[in-house]
Design a protein around this ligand. Structure first.
Ligand code: ATP
Ligand code: MG
Length: 375
């Protein structure tokens, strides 16, 4: 049976009708914004925005912890458990918006920038399958495909960069089915790194080249944005969970106890304090080395686009001293991302202290919540 909805609906910021980086896309009658749902392996995050003047109003925001081992490498392993968590979260938020935007990543998702001769969008759509075949390590019939012209051709150059995205149908359909059972309609399936980029743009990201780094529980997304487009996007299978597991092993304790020590909720035993500090420092250095590797690659391939800043998000951004370490090791200023920097917040509904605490980990949910849907 042909899948109902949707193909990947990749939409990079600063394209598709944006007249300038700081203007919002035109919103026609009958259009509204999707409910952003970031289904992470550690926590589900939900965010609902509304357009307000030249910016956004933050309508609702929440997160709920995911039971362990329910999502592996971006794929649903325990759909019923995940559905239960999402159902409760949305019930608590009291949102009536049933149109959701989600994002995917992991082994089953391929993002590749390719260079093709300039074609009309109809022609490109026709050629997409045959063009994509050589870049996708899966059977082309097993993936959803989407692409976006980055319009990099200038003057007489008749070639343009195209961002190609493929995601295994099995992975996407797993999410669609689970959400449909909850009475939700998935109207957008994006890619984590691009959801992050949309959040960066919506927050009025500085008009400069930056490397967006989201450190979650099981992966880090790295996206170098330059001139309003993604220059390099990659996922690395490292994150906060790795830290907890290392502490667990070193101290021979449970995962939950190790997590409490990592979060500073329980002090580490006196004789293990140095070992824990060393584990944290080494993981942070490893993450930093991944950023450096992406920056070096970018520097080699696009030497004219100097990256000026690291923008850090995800739960990992809460680790004390991490931003400073990234700054020192990469010789770049590092800021902790606030996706709601330009949003109006109803302080009666959303506690400012809560918002400050969770904002960096809400980056992808916020990016998804900027996506337009037709009603
Ligand atoms: N203060 C803190 N110190 C250390 N780690 C923290 C802190 N706060 C959150 N974390 C870690 O951040 C991770 C959760 O981050 P986040 O919510 O971004 O993950 P996720 O989106 O669910 O995961 P993923 O995107 O990898 O699937 C967990 O590993 C958690 O322990
Ligand atoms: Mg995440």
């Amino acid at each position: 049976m042909a899948p109902k909805m949707p193909q990947l609906k990749l939409s990079l910021p600063s394209l598709g009708g944006l007249t300038s980086r700081f203007s919002l896309p035109f919103m026609a009658r009958g259009e509204a914004l999707a409910l952003g749902l970031d289904i992470g392996s550690h926590a589900v995050k939900a965010c609902e925005l509304q357009r307000s003047g030249s910016g956004y109003l933050l309508k609702s925001l929440g997160s709920a912890l995911m039971p362990p081992d329910t999502i592996e490498d971006g794929a649903l392993v325990e759909p019923a458990a995940v559905a239960g968590v999402i159902g409760n979260l949305l019930g608590n938020l009291g949102s009536r918006n049933k149109k959701v935007a989600i994002s995917v990543s992991g082994y089953s998702v391929i993002v590749k920038k390719i260079n093709l001769r300039v074609m009309s969008s109809e022609e490109l759509e026709k050629h997409l399958h045959e063009e994509a075949e050589q870049y996708i390590p899966f059977d082309i019939d097993d993936v959803y495909l989407d692409c976006q012209d980055l319009h990099t051709n200038t003057g007489e150059d008749d070639h343009t960069d195209i961002m190609l995205v493929a995601a295994k149908k099995e992975l996407v359909d797993g999410y669609l089915g689970m959400l449909e059972d909850l009475g939700l309609e998935t109207v957008v399936v994006d890619v984590d790194a691009f959801a992050l980029e949309n959040a960066f743009e919506a927050a009025g990201g500085p008009d400069e080249s930056a490397v967006l780094v989201d450190i979650g529980a099981s992966k880090m997304n790295i996206n170098i944005v330059s001139g309003g487009a993604s220059a390099l996007a990659r996922d690395v299978i490292l994150g906060g969970r790795q830290l907890t597991e290392q502490i667990q092993r070193a101290l021979d304790i449970s995962f939950e106890e190790a997590e409490e020590i990592k979060l500073g909720l329980t002090p580490a035993p006196e004789n293990a304090r140095q070992r824990v500090e060393k584990i944290v420092l080494e993981a942070c250095r490893q993450w930093s080395a991944e950023i450096k590797r992406a920056l070096d690659f970018h520097q080699t391939t696009s030497p004219e686009q100097a990256v000026e800043r690291i923008v850090l998000s995800g739960g990992g951004a809460n680790i004390a001293g991490l931003a400073d370490l990234f700054s020192q090791e990469n010789n770049l200023p590092t800021t902790i991302f606030n996706p709601f920097a330009r949003a109006v917040v109803d302080q009666k509904r959303i506690d400012p202290a809560y918002l400050r605490a969770v904002a960096p980990s809400m980056a992808q949910a916020a990016g998804l919540a900027t996506r337009l849907v037709e009603f």
